[in-house]
Design a protein around this ligand. Structure first.
Ligand code: SAM
Ligand code: SF4
Length: 340
């Protein structure tokens, strides 16, 4: 079908929400499934979407292309565990083509690292240059406890494979009171020695789990103040439009980030939206507002998809309302569904 001139313009209109924020970052959950069950993320008995409900990899590529045409410059593949879905390196290749044309700045991935030994080279070949690997402990028993059945050796091998493939690695560590707080400083030293950046994350009230998150909540402003008694932390200007703030640790020549959705709110500069594997676009991690892009794409093609994206922009909420001490999660969706 030939696209007429005004329609072609509509397909390239920049994405600006109702509060004047420009959307340039899309996070895509390519599966809600996972090979681990981190205690703060999932309950042990999770039910996952039937395969018939999920977008095909080609549909995901088509939706990401629509966002890129409208000014999205960064895409992150996540989940669930993105690397448990077969064909994700092929999807990375389809999206990575937009880096070659200059339409996309960066394609990244967040993973638990268990399957990196098999996939790191293919990800690099697809155009991925940086990945985040989640690792809340380097102690084998603790790692197994936090993830319920994970094997830290596999993750460490995966990280080594990623490094060997040429991927820059950032370690994500959720700070958990009484579980891994004593490992924050050793993790920082290890990351510095290995050449990885480290980002600490506050546990967020997303989805029902088997435990009470309040018991494990560790405010990161407190962690930062504690680190500052021993190390010189100077703020870095790096901004991603997200809730992360970065610091250089002078003595270790290391970089540390703090993701603090609870202790500090940075929604005013939010530049991102999130696509679930069912094709729902969530405009905020912590709100229910969403638009069904799968229905738009399947029923009306590219024109309907773009109209749905416009509706989403108009409906993006101002901010989340996370509070850790509410009895119930802020939203029922797990982070693994919306794409953390
Ligand atoms: N499975 C991959 C992984 O673990 O990296 C990607 C998806 S996971 C949902 C993305 C990130 O979200 C991980 O760093 C994980 O630790 C974090 N996460 C999951 N649930 C969370 C929660 N309730 N609060 C804070 N961070 C969470
Ligand atoms: Fe899986 Fe990542 Fe959630 Fe852990 S944090 S259960 S690895 S999706």
């Amino acid at each position: 079908m030939r696209v007429t001139e005004p329609a072609a313009n509509a397909l390239q209109r920049p994405l600006i929400d109702g509060f004047g924020r420009r959307i340039t970052y899309l996070r895509v959950s390519v599966t809600d499934r996972c090979d681990l069950r981190c205690r703060y993320c999932m309950s042990e008995a999770m039910s996952f979407l039937p395969r018939s409900a999920i977008l095909s990899l080609e549909e995901i590529a088509e939706i990401t292309a629509a966002f890129i045409a409208r000014g999205v410059r960064r895409i992150r593949l996540t989940g669930g565990e993105p690397l448990v879905r077969r064909g994700v390196p092929d999807l990375a290749r389809m999206i990575g083509r937009h880096i070659e044309t200059g339409a996309l700045d960066e394609l990244t991935l967040t993973t638990n690292g268990t399957r990196l030994t098999e996939t790191a080279d293919a990800l690099f070949a697809a155009g991925v240059r940086r990945i985040n690997v989640s690792m809340d402990s380097r102690d084998p028993d603790r790692f197994r406890h936090i993830t319920r059945w994970g094997d830290i050796a596999k993750v460490l091998d995966g990280i080594a494979a990623a490094k060997a493939a040429g991927l820059r690695v950032k370690i994500n560590m959720v700070a958990l009171k009484g579980l891994n707080e004593d490992e924050i400083e050793p993790m920082l030293r290890w990351c510095a020695a290995e050449g990885h950046d480290l980002t600490l994350i506050e546990t967020m009230p997303l989805g029902m789990i088997d435990e009470d998150r309040t018991d494990r909540y560790l405010p990161l402003d407190q962690v930062r103040r504690d680190l500052e008694t021993r190390w010189t932390l100077s703020p870095l200007p790096d901004r991603t439009g997200g809730p992360a703030r970065y610091f250089r640790v002078a003595e270790l020549d290391a970089k540390i980030g703090f993701i603090t959705p609870l202790t500090e709110n940075f929604c005013a500069g939010c530049n991102r939206v999130r696509l679930t594997v069912e094709g729902k676009l969530y405009m905020c991690l912590g709100q229910e507002d969403r638009v069904d892009l799968r229905a738009a794409l399947r029923e009306g093609g590219r024109g309907a998809l773009d109209a749905a994206i416009d509706r989403a922009m108009a409906a993006k909420p101002l901010r989340h309302n996370f509070e850790i001490d509410r009895a119930k999660p802020a939203v029922q969706r797990h982070m693994s569904v919306t794409g953390g």
